[in-house]
Design a binder for this molecule. Structure first.
Ligand code: PA5
Length: 444
């Protein structure tokens, strides 16, 4: 198996094939809107053909800058939030040794900042970087997002003081808008290497641009394979029929939503996939949660969360469905040993691989949840590799575009995320927010 597979047999008892296929016309129209650029948000479709259209020169340039950062620095801090963070984080976590931080480094370690405004997090990061050679990849399409701007101000200042302005200028890479924004201006003035986030690619669809590719390459992973997996999925998701896994997934989840399943839980059985769930939540949450509509995207990491969320999923309100991501082959082999005393009673599985137990936990859970009233969609990845992550991320992106159009929303805007920013700026007395400041203070 080298292709991602989608199986919807475990939704059959909840929505009929007829109900799913009733969405054929809407899904086909959604796919056509993407391909022809005729739907809402059509100025944000630059992600659609990124895998097949990314030029060799861009890949080679990213690899060259990544090699310099990897060789010269002990740490490289990727600064960004939301779509300017989650894609790289998801791929790096999925491919990294779970204990990499505690083992000898094989190149620069990639750390993240600007994805929160935790003061202690920031202090502890700066404490770690004290006296260390580090580089910065600052990623912000707008160049004005508060969280990464604060982190960049602090770390740029620290790097310049520690290593001098010349080293800093050579080891800061900015990924931002082509022309606009504070970051572009600063990068030009300071002579940083830069990459462009094209206007027509929204943050949550940007993992296959330098936003994701540069940190992933710095972490030592093969971005060509990532792009190849996405490219093969791009080719496999072009037709308006059920052989197109993105099309089928988009139809199925909308049919479930129409049948009252308002919450989708992305389930993994591999701790390395936690951040894929976080990336997926942003992709679907920001794309579909608008106009008082949209499936609420949640995620669990099993079997860990079977011991916390398992009760709710088994017997709580029946408004949920699950999309299980299964990884067919593991990259390592660990067998359970036999034990003469067998006090733990585990000899019945002695000699078997841990993954066999995990797979039976997965299968047993799927059956129990389906029996308990939770429809299950199944996505199988052959293994955790750059190629397969490219496949799955593009699969979800394409499905998200189709699904948003089936739901009849603009899948490519996010007007709602401005509300908290307006209040925060008013509360912080940002110049230009005087009226809002007065109004919000009066409410406190
Ligand atoms: O998907 C999105 O558009 C957002 O998550 C943005 O990526 C996020 O807010 C960061 O924005 P920016 O890259 O402009 O700093």
């Amino acid at each position: 198996m080298n292709k991602l597979e989608l199986n919807i047999k475990n939704v059959a008892g909840f929505v009929s094939a007829d109900k799913i296929n009733a969405l054929d016309a809407a899904a086909a129209a959604g796919l056509e809107k993407l391909e022809k650029g005729t739907g809402a948000g059509n100025d944000f479709l630059g992600w659609l053909h990124l895998p097949s259209a990314t030029p060799e020169s861009l890949v080679a340039s990213i690899e060259a800058n990544a090699a310099t950062l990897r060789e010269d620095c002990e740490y490289v801090v990727a600064i960004g939030i939301g779509g300017s963070y989650l894609g790289a984080k998801a791929v790096i976590e999925a491919l990294s040794d779970s204990f990499a931080a505690l083992k000898p480094a094989k190149g620069a370690r990639v750390l993240f900042a600007g994805q929160n405004i935790g003061e202690d997090y920031t202090y502890e990061l700066m404490d770690l970087l004290k006296g260390k050679k580090f580089g910065i990849i600052v990623i912000s399409k707008s160049g004005t997002t508060t969280e990464p701007a604060i982190a960049f101000r602090l770390l740029k200042d620290m790097l310049e003081k520690q290593e001098g302005k010349e080293f800093a200028a050579k080891h800061i890479v900015a990924v931002t808008d082509a022309n606009r924004g504070a970051l572009r201006k600063l990068a030009t003035e300071e002579g940083y290497a830069t990459y462009v986030i094209e206007d027509n690619v929204g943050g949550r669809f940007s993992v296959l641009t330098p936003v994701g590719l540069l940190p992933i390459a710095v972490a030592g992973y093969d971005i060509r394979q990532l792009l190849q997996g996405a490219k093969d999925m791009e080719a496999a998701t072009a037709t308006a029929d059920d052989s197109n896994v993105s099309y089928l997934y988009a139809k199925t989840r909308n049919a479930l939503y129409n049948a009252g399943k308002k919450i989708e839980i992305l389930v993994n059985y591999n701790p390395k996939l936690h951040y894929l769930g976080e990336w997926w939540k942003q992709l679907y949450g920001e794309s579909e949660g608008k106009d008082n509509k949209g499936i609420f995207p949640a995620a669990v990491d099993n079997s860990t969360d079977l011991h916390s969320m398992g009760q709710w999923i088994q017997e709580g309100e029946r408004s949920i469905f699950e999309t299980v991501i299964s990884v067919a082959s593991q990259n390592h082999d660990v067998k359970i040993p036999s034990d003469e005393a067998n006090l733990d009673g585990l000899n019945y599985i002695a000699g078997r691989r841990i993954d066999e137990v995990n797979k039976m936990a997965e299968l047993g859970t799927v059956i129990a949840h389906v029996d308990g009233g939770v429809p299950n969609i199944h996505v199988t990845l052959p293994s955790l590799s750059e190629y397969n992550l490219g496949q799955v991320m593009y699969f979800f992106e394409k499905a998200c575009g189709i699904s948003g159009y089936v739901l009849d929303v603009n899948p490519f805007n996010q007007p709602g995320v401005e509300a908290y920013k307006k209040n925060m700026f008013a509360l912080l007395n940002k110049p230009g927010y005087e009226e809002e400041s007065k109004a919000i203070q009066a409410r406190l």
